[in-house]
Ligand binder design. Structure first.
Ligand code: NDP
Length: 252
C-alpha cells in the first residue's frame, strides 16, 4: 500500500484500468487499490507481470482482478468490462491508460502501424468508455491518459502518436455534456516524458528531453497516478472536461 495514503477515499468503489500490467498503468492500479478501490485491470501480453500486480494488492488486503483483453479488440474490451461488473457487482471508475507508440517520419509510416495505433489508442478508448458507461453508476469517473505532446511536439516523427492522443481530447470534450447529467466526470491527464518501458528514464530520448523539463527530472509513473487518483476521488466531482498536464513544466 502507498504509505502516503492515510485514508481511503475510494473505499467501496470499483475501478477498471486498461493496460495495468506495467509502467504508468500499474502505478495507477496500485494507487487506486491503496485508496480502497477494488481494481480490475487489463493487459495484452504481460501475463506474469499482471498477476504479480494483482497478487501484491491481494496480499495487502485489497481486491484485484487481472484480465487479458487486447485494447485493439472490441469484443475483448467489452468482455473485460462485463467481467469487472460480474466480479465486483458494479463499476464506478474507468481509466483508459492502455496505449502504444508507433510512428516515424510521415513519409515512412506503415499503414499497418496506423491501423494498430487507431485500434489501440482510439478505438480501444471509445469501446471501453461506451461499454463502461452502460454499467457505470451515477457519479462515476472516467479518466483518459493522453499526452503532453498534443500540446507541444518537441521532436519529429510523432505525428501518428499525436493524431491518436488528439482524438481523445476531442472525444472527451463532448462526452462531458452527455455524461454530466449523470454526475459522471470525464477528464484527460496528459503525462509529460515519464520513465516507463515505453520511454525509459535512462534512454536516449530521456537524455534529450530532460533538459526541457522545468522541474529538472523525468516523470515517474507515480506522478501520473497521483493526478488520476485525485480525479477518481469524490473530491473531484466538479472537475470535468479538463485537460490536465502532469509534465513537470515540459510544455510550459
Ligand atoms: P508502457 O508501454 O510502458 O506500458 C503499456 C501498458 O499498456 C502495459 O501494461 C501494456 O500491457 C498495456 N498495453 C499495451 N498495449 C495494450 C493493448 N493492446 N491492450 C491492452 N493493454 C495494452 O507504456 P506507458 O506506461 O509509458 O504509457 C501508458 C500510457 O501513457 C499510454 O497511453 C501512453 O501513450 C501514455 N503516455 C506515456 C508517456 C511516457 O513518457 N511514458 C508520455 C505521455 C503519455 P502488456 O505488456 O500486457 O501488453
Amino acid at each position: 500500500m502507498n504509505p502516503t495514503t492515510s485514508f481511503q477515499p475510494l473505499a467501496g468503489k470499483t475501478a477498471l484500468v486498461t493496460g495495468g500490467s506495467r509502467s504508468i498503468g500499474a502505478a495507477i492500479v496500485r494507487r487506486l487499490a491503496a485508496e480502497g478501490a477494488q481494481v480490475a485491470f487489463t493487459y495484452a501480453g504481460s501475463a506474469a507481470q499482471a498477476e504479480q500486480v494483482a497478487a501484491a494488492i491481494v496480499a495487502a488486503g485489497g481486491r484485484a482482478l487481472a484480465l487479458r483483453a487486447d485494447a485493439g479488440q472490441p469484443d475483448e474490451v467489452r468482455a473485460a468490462v462485463a467481467r469487472t461488473v460480474d466480479t465486483f457487482g458494479y463499476l464506478d471508475i474507468l481509466v483508459n491508460n492502455a496505449g502504444i507508440a508507433l510512428g516515424g517520419p510521415i513519409e515512412d509510416i506503415r499503414f499497418e502501424d496506423y491501423q494498430s495505433m487507431i485500434a489501440v489508442n482510439v478505438t480501444g478508448v471509445f469501446v471501453a468508455t461506451q461499454e463502461a458507461v452502460r454499467h457505470m453508476k451515477d457519479g462515476g469517473r472516467i479518466v483518459h491518459i493522453g499526452s503532453s505532446m498534443t500540446r507541444y511536439a518537441s521532436f519529429p516523427g510523432a505525428s501518428l502518436y499525436t493524431l491518436t492522443k488528439g482524438a481523445i481530447t476531442g472525444f472527451n470534450r463532448s462526452l462531458v455534456r452527455d455524461l454530466g447529467p449523470r454526475g459522471i466526470t470525464v477528464n484527460t491527464v496528459h503525462p509529460g516524458p515519464t520513465g516507463t518501458d515505453m520511454n525509459p528514464a535512462d534512454g536516449e530520448l530521456a537524455r534529450r528531453l530532460t533538459p526541457q523539463i522545468a522541474v529538472g527530472r523525468y516523470g515517474q509513473p507515480n506522478d501520473i497516478a497521483n493526478v488520476v487518483a485525485f480525479l477518481a476521488s469524490p473530491q473531484a466531482g466538479f472537475v470535468t472536461g479538463a485537460d490536465i498536464l502532469a509534465d513537470g513544466g515540459f510544455t510550459a
